[in-house]
Design a protein around this ligand. Sequence first.
Ligand SMILES: [Ca+2]
Length: 421
Amino acid sequence: MCPHLFREFRISYRGWSGLCVSLCEVPEVKNPRIVEQQVQTYTCGFSLQFHLDSQDTGSSADFNQSEIVNEDFSDAPVKGQKPLGGFKGRDTCSIPCDVTVKLLRDEKQSVCGQLQQSLLAFGRSTRKLMRDVMEEQQRALDILSSQVTELMTKVQTLSSEVHRGNTEMYSIKPVQSHGRDCSDIKDNLVSVVPKIPSGIYIVHPENTDSSFEVFCEMDYMGGGWTVIQRRTDGLTDFKRPWADYVDGFGHLPGEHWLGLKKVFHIVNQKDTRFQLHMALVSTDDVTSYASYDDFRLDSETQFFSIHLGRYAGSAGDAFRGYEQEQNQDTAPFSASDVDNDGCNPSCSINNRTVESCSAQHNQTGWWFNQCGLANLNGSPEDPEQNRGQRMHILWDTWRQNGVPHTIKSVTMKIRRIATNN
Ligand SMILES: [Ca+2]
């Protein structure tokens, strides 16, 4: 209890109301005009101060803290200008200062506890929010990762298509320009077309009933070349029976074997002579060639025996080899199911007994002769010999420091030789 109660009033503060505050005179203050009583409450750091002037009791209640809501002051006895210490009204508060301080302290603790709880809840919700955000980002990263993988797959697909497109950069549709062979087409077009493109042309050799498509190289060494074989990527299977080697197989812009019958028709036209040219590329990107003039084939009844003229080139005369028994010139063609290889019933090659040169050379077809030093129908892949088999493209006279080059691609092509008649 205040020894000299000056005034009591009720205030509301942040949701609670009805708290009575007692302002007391301090007896030690001698000057009765100025009475200053501090009632300090602590609501989590807010202090409440009242500065009162006893001579102006109706208007001088100042609340320094704007947090205080004092709308209930109308009920406070300050309006009644009750005499000092004489206020005994029904609505007056008689709560002692220490109790008031305790109430306010309890309230402070309650508010602080609520704040702590709120802070804890905020921390928990913040952590949960961060977890949610991180999980969401992880999901987004997973989606992006899968999209990147999908895009990489598409890029690889497109790259392979581009690679294939480069292989097939030449015209797929045959050019409707008839001639007896590519040399004939070139001679027919050279006066009307400034630059004759390479590509697929339709030829109709003399003394044949049918026409067929061939790939003409028009920009290699003067042009006019009819491609009769191309081996570049190993994607075409050359393990073929006799009938396939007779009719031809593969894809004309890429790897293919034109076919013995078609080649026979081309090179056996009247008043023509043909040159055979082999262009070789090693895995070290070294190029070489071998060329024969007066190339021709016998008919099918003679198993398309090959006839070669003079050799020229940088790769060596592998067709003839170094010894007579290796000479493939005039040899008939053999395949996996037709054996004309000169090993009858068998022959000894490098101390190995060989019955079938085609079987020895990965079931491919060629003009084998015990078996010889040339087979351009081997595979560009598998450079290592497999259990004595000769799988790879073979042109054994093309060597460096005594070691044969590993050949990665080859093209066989024929062109007319100019004749005087
Ligand atoms: Ca044989």
